[in-house]
Design a protein around this ligand. Sequence first.
Ligand code: GUN
Ligand code: FE
Length: 422
Amino acid sequence: MNQILAGNICYSKSVTTLASVERGYLICKDGESAGVFAEIPEQYRGFPLTDYGDCLIIPGLCDLHIHAPQYSYRGLGMDLELLDWLKTYTFPEEAKFADLAHAERAYGIFADALKRGATTRAGVFATIHPQATELLMEKLDAAGLVTYVGKLNMDRNSPDYLREETEESVKATGEWIARTKGKLKNTSPILSPRFVPTCSSELMRGLKELQKEHGLPVQSHLSENHSEIAWVRELHPESGGYGQVYNSFGLFGGESTPTIMAHCVWSKGSEEALLRDNGVFVAHCPQSNTNLASGIAPVRRFLQRGIRVGLGTDVAGGCHASIFRAMSDAIQASKLYWRLIDQNDTPLTVPEAFYLGTLGGGAFFGKVGSFEPGYEFDAVVIDDTDLATIRTLSIEDRLARIIYLSEDSQIRDKYVRGYKIQ
Ligand code: GUN
Ligand code: FE
């Protein structure tokens, strides 16, 4: 797909470097960016051009952590902490996805919402139900987004109505992988043990076998909440830590096992070192961490230590499915962290938060999240005329205002791998 988009183009080159070209040209060649230019280079002059005038053009946003079935109750049930919240609101809601008619309607709403927003890539949790998970994968694929979708595993410490037998969980997961891997254009399976408390050691070992057999990535939750962490310590007193439990089963990053761990609010010391050494992606979910009163993840420290970080909305722990919103929440949370917890950890800046929501998380998907040459062509076109002001704004100023004030209605067009989402 060869084409040119014209407009005000803005993207991250690194965590601190934001590039912008006013009234520039973004070239798409064979589904990849061929770069951003002030004038169209000679060799691309024949490509069809879409002129977006004064709109902003930025890379698609990457949501490293979102729960599709929880979209139904976002904005509700924000009065409990994690473990009670799961028991009271989450598990009963997820149980409804045993019913395919329910899944059809609820996942239809979810896929529509993701399609309308600025997200182009996502790591998505479904439920333990394989058929409903397949249905979600088909809907997301039809929406044109690039996603990893996980059928969850839960064989202990879960209510009877939402618990699998260990062997059955591994078997059903293997069959689901066989049915879905390589079958859809943009949607792939990802192993998703819900979190250590709901997954026995035997189940974890079974999942590692599947991981090796199929070469799948992994997503899960880590060190989100004090009671959860204490529970993991009780369940695995010999482990040396929460991250170490996943690691002992080979489900914690490393060359052959790309992994996303959501939250990491309380990761420190040897767990932090393991995150870095194994190249695990932290999905920072500031809104969820606030809503569930989990705490504030030390993102500045993670970045300084070379840990890979992206952003997640964690719907329905987070109410908003917007990564713009996650960017502004990340900045605000980092200010409280700096003020209240550690004065060495300076607040995140707008370019840093933008990096986290684009290139930072995008790296999990390959060369994604930037317009540097060779990156996959995911782009969002934003018309910010409804943020009119008497002031004259730079491109960077306009980006900051979009991050703080964005609405889905400002999204004019969205491209994924060079294709326009219709
Ligand atoms: N830990 C285990 N399951 C969940 C979940 O659904 N949401 C969040 N925020 N944390 C979890
Ligand atoms: Fe989550």
